[in-house]
Design a protein around this ligand. Structure first.
Ligand code: ASC
Length: 151
């Protein structure tokens, strides 16, 4: 299956998969899920960063594949921040996630929007487009971490 068809199918499945809080047997499962999703996303985002920063040679096909994966993964973590998942000792999540839910939701949506732009940018095969969109996406990571993640 082509990666774009795969993304479309994944998006449809995600839209069907609600409500989030009913999806995990235990709070720790939700924590593990969101951390795993963020970790996989970080791995693929990091590969794009290496290209954007000139640490590895630009490979347009690899960039597009990594960006598609970032766009899919960006949609996943949020379901793992449901009620009762706010006091896991292994989590760096700040209580503001649950006390400022609208702000947190907006931050997640910003990431998804930028990740979609990043995926579109990499389709052009243009390194400058990757650099610009990578920076914009990284800024959404950073601002959300600054507001909602403990050091
Ligand atoms: C990454 C990664 C993050 C973000 C963040 C951007 O590659 O793993 O968490 O970028 O560092 O500021």
């Amino acid at each position: 299956m082509k990666i774009f068809a795969c993304l479309a199918a994944a998006t449809t499945l995600l839209a069907m998969a609600a409500p989030a809080s009913a999806q995990f047997a235990k709070p720790e499962d939700a924590v593990k899920y969101r951390q795993s999703a963020l970790s996989v996303m970080g791995t693929h985002f990091g590969r794009l960063g290496a290209m954007a920063n000139g640490k590895v040679p630009f490979d347009a096909k690899a960039a597009a594949e990594n960006a598609q994966l970032v766009a899919v993964m960006a949609r996943l973590p949020w379901a793992g921040f449901g009620p009762g998942t706010d006091n896991d000792p292994r989590s760096k999540a700040r209580s503001e996630i649950w006390t400022e839910q609208a702000k947190f939701k907006t931050a997640g949506e910003k990431l998804v929007a930028e990740a979609d732009k990043l995926a579109a940018a990499t389709k052009t095969g243009n390194l400058d487009a990757l650099k610009t969109s990578f920076a914009a996406t990284a800024e959404t990571c950073k601002s959300c971490h600054d507001a909602f993640r403990n050091k």
